[in-house]
Design a protein around this ligand. Structure first.
Ligand SMILES: [Mg+2]
Length: 252
């Protein structure tokens, strides 16, 4: 194992950076439907009176949409437990009688069908680990890390990471610099010693630039995004393109 000199850590976004959504064509409501039915069953079986499932699903979508709209004003983090509590209040359920942790478990989050790591995700992460880099992950997700960990485990990616953070757990989302600085703190790494790789210019790249990190825009062929004036330090089409960039940065 060689000791990198200049760059200590590489931090990744999750969706469409490490895992490929190009074959996932279902609309979001359909992806969530199965999980909302699980939650509905859990609430029914624990004695709560519920509206018809269609109303329940519609209410959930409204609560989630509103929570993200509000959060984006100040780049706060949408928190799944808070979303569920808001939903349950809107449905006039007795919150004191609901175990939120059990409700999240009952939701039974799973890898999304037809989503999988890119062909070079494992090989690239493995090479970076072997080269001695610390690896991190920051995702704008309302879910707590333990829920996204279900996916990381299923994809056999979890062991590569020295630190992981969801905006739902932390309370700020990308591009707020605080979420980058928190993971850098956990990794014991200064911003200029770290690279951030992500597919969304307005979130991943703008935030990494503001946080003082080296930014790499992941731009796989199926992802078309407007830069809107955001300037990444590097752009790659596939993860293994990181390796020559790192070699150049290290002066190899
Ligand atoms: Mg992404």
């Amino acid at each position: 194992m060689t000791q990198p000199s200049l760059i200590h850590a590489i931090i990744f976004d999750f969706d469409d950076t490490l895992i490929d959504w190009s074959r996932q064509i279902k609309p979001y409501p359909e992806i969530y439907r199965f999980h909302l039915e699980n939650l509905y069953t859990f609430l029914s079986e624990t004695g709560h009176t519920l509206p018809p499932i269609e109303t329940f699903v519609q209410q959930y979508q409204e609560v989630v949409r509103h929570a993200w709209d509000e959060a984006k004003i100040v780049w706060a983090g949408v928190n799944f437990a808070t979303v569920l509590k808001t939903l349950f209040r809107a449905l006039a359920l007795d919150l004191s009688q609901i175990d939120i942790q059990a409700a999240m478990q009952a939701f039974n989050w799973q890898p999304v069908p037809n989503v999988a790591p890119f062909a070079d995700t494992h090989a690239t992460l493995q090479t970076l680990k072997q080269q001695g880099y610390q690896l991190g992950l920051i995702t704008n997700s309302m879910m707590p890390m333990w829920m996204r960990d279900i996916e990381l485990r299923a994809y056999e990616l979890i062991d590569y990471f020295d630190g992981r953070l969801t905006s739902g757990d932390f309370g700020h989302m990308k591009p707020h610099p605080a979420i980058y600085h928190e993971l850098l703190r956990q990794l014991g790494c200064r911003p200029e010693q770290a690279i951030f790789v992500g597919d969304r210019p307005a979130n991943d790249i703008a935030g990494a630039n503001d946080a003082g990190m080296i930014s790499v825009l992941m731009s796989p062929p199926h992802v078309i995004r407007d830069l809107n004036g955001v300037q990444p330090d590097y752009t790659i089409e596939t993860l293994q393109d990181l390796l020559p960039i790192l070699a150049a940065l290290e002066g190899a």
